[in-house]
Design a binder for this molecule. Structure first.
Ligand SMILES: [Zn+2]
Length: 538
């Protein structure tokens, strides 16, 4: 047990009515559950804590079952922890995770009305220069700053938008609240308003031949200054295959989602997606994106583009019903896809979402029953990982890499999808443990979302949070979390070789390797939060 940390680990945002309450205990002996008045409700005995391979902790995971709304105390001889069970317990944090993307907006003022103390003037408003032909200057507006830096990247942005759109499609009751953003009250749910801010930017990143530029960034990462003070020129990097396919997929998905709200916008997106697909068809051989000599911002290379093309083909089939896209998606599925992957590096899970929950009976045998069976088989592995972990975290001990929150949230997404397909409660409970992990039920006793929980991340690697002169970081941003695989030398120096993977973390601004934020880490957490928020009683 870490010195100074509680021996009882909880979801620090509390628990929602109607869903089971879990806690992790790092000491032996019975645990006593009391109500707010201090009356003993139950003595919980449990098997002796077991060694958790990822953290080195001796830990037991308790399932306290469904508790009535109220305030509780859970304790043993090593301490007491208080928590509440209430309707809508995760409504605020889920919506804050969406609002976190608003704070990443580029090219517009964040006004005091919407951003409070985190307001700032418009940033990055100069025309963009085409890296390959500096005589070309284009005025490109909007988009989200990608992460702790001020770059904007097509593929990662497209993936983040897709998470939001699927959250809204599948769990609208869990994520449709007002966010106090400039568009609030315009008749569109704010989650779709926020996603549109990125979609309008993605549309502008298309070249005249249908391909998409990989990114729009300065040549080097900015120092730790506010975005409006970053006055270096922004360059359009060359095209990328993954970026083109991801934009294609995301725009086709968005065309379907926005059609009933704004037909003209949907039409623009579908037209753009079809042009991107045509470019991909004319360029079948994958070429990885390489940073041009002189550009040193994020690489987001992508190891191949068959997953990206698979997702794109699924979405275009769903948006148009045309056989050519179905045939392409079938062929790409049969070439082998990781259907539980939801990050920029492998997007095949987004194609699975499309087939399982949009195409459904229109999917045909391959994208229907065959994909379903393969998806269920692959998602079973996540349940096994969760069961093998002392904290129920669906990551193997060697899975704590840069942005480990992504596979944790992605695993939860897959287990939620399994639950929707099969009704299995074991899958749902394991998915819920991943949500609890993000909010404090973990080896660090840390809530990974800024501004929430008793012990939240305070010093994320995020330029505005550092440069704005406000102690508290920008709220609603999720940290990448422990990483002992791809580390900076200074992180190694501080933590050494003996800190276990699940604790390889520094709540320090320079530690991009463990404590950066990213739009595509917030977004899968929105999907997971929206589902459980929807299930919670009101
Ligand atoms: Zn900006």
């Amino acid at each position: 047990m870490n010195k100074g940390l509680s021996a009882i680990r909880l979801n620090q945002e509390g628990y929602a009515t109607g869903l089971p309450v879990s806690a992790a205990v790092l000491a032996g002996g019975p645990v006593i559950l009391k109500n707010d008045a201090g009356e003993i409700l139950r003595t919980v005995s449990f098997d002796p804590p077991q060694a958790d391979p990822a953290s080195g902790d001796q830990v037991a995971l308790l399932d306290l079952g469904v508790l009535e709304a109220g305030s509780y105390q859970l304790g043993n001889e090593s301490g007491v922890r208080r928590f509440a069970v209430r309707p809508g317990a995760w409504n605020d944090v889920t919506h804050a995770l969406i609002k976190g993307l608003y704070y990443q907006r580029c090219g517009c003022e964040l006004s005091p009305v919407h951003a409070g103390p985190y307001s700032h003037p418009a940033c990055h408003t100069a025309p963009a220069l085409d890296w390959e032909d500096r005589s070309i200057r284009r005025r490109i507006t909007g988009g989200w700053h990608d992460a702790g830096d001020y770059g904007k990247y097509v593929g990662p942005g497209a993936v983040a938008v897709a998470h939001l759109l699927y959250a809204w499609e599948l769990f609208p009751q869990g994520c449709s609240g007002e966010l106090n953003i400039p568009e609030s009250g315009n008749g569109l749910p704010d989650i779709l308003n926020e996603a549109r801010y990125e979609l309008e930017w993605i549309l502008q990143m298309q070249r005249s031949d249908g391909a998409f530029h990989h990114k729009l960034t300065t040549a080097f990462f900015a120092p730790f200054i506010m975005p409006q003070d970053d006055l270096e020129p922004e360059y359009l990097s060359p095209l990328s295959f993954c970026g083109t396919a991801d934009a294609c997929a995301c725009l086709a998905l968005a065309a379907r989602v926005y059609r009933s709200f704004d037909e003209a916008f949907a039409g623009r997106m579908l037209f753009s997606a079809c042009r991107a697909w045509d470019w991909l068809q004319a360029h079948p051989d994958f070429v990885p994106f390489m940073n041009p000599e002189g550009i040193r911002t994020g690489w987001y290379r992508g190891r191949g583009d068959t997953d990206d093309r698979f997702w794109a083909a699924c979405e275009l089939f769903a948006a148009t019903g045309e056989e050519q896209y179905k045939a392409a998606a079938e062929k790409l599925l049969l070439s082998g896809q990781q259907l539980t992957q939801f990050g920029w590096d492998d997007v095949a899970g987004l194609g699975a979402l499309c087939c399982l929950f949009d195409l459904k009976e229109n999917a045909g045998d391959v994208l229907g029953p065959r994909l379903r069976e393969e998806f269920l088989r692959q998602s079973e592995e996540l349940l096994s990982l969760s069961r093998a972990s002392g904290y129920g975290t669906a990551l193997p001990p060697d899975g704590y890499t840069w942005g480990s929150i992504l596979p944790v949230m992605g695993g939860a997404m897959a287990m939620i999808m399994n639950t929707l397909l099969t009704g299995r409660q074991d899958m749902r409970s394991a998915a819920l443990l991943q949500w609890h992990y993000a909010l404090g039920l973990n080896a660090l006793d840390l809530c990974f979302v800024t501004g929430f929980g008793e012990n939240p991340v305070l010093h994320p690697h995020h330029r505005p949070s550092d440069a704005d002169g406000i102690d508290a970081p920008v709220p609603g941003l999720i940290s990448g979390g422990p990483n002992n695989k791809i580390c900076f030398p200074q992180t190694r120096e501080k933590l050494g070789e003996n800190v276990p993977p699940a604790k390889y973390f520094l709540d320090e601004t320079p530690s991009a390797d463990t404590n950066e934020i990213a739009v595509y880490w917030n977004s899968p957490a929105v999907f997971v939060g929206a589902y459980f928020n929807m299930l919670s009683g009101r």
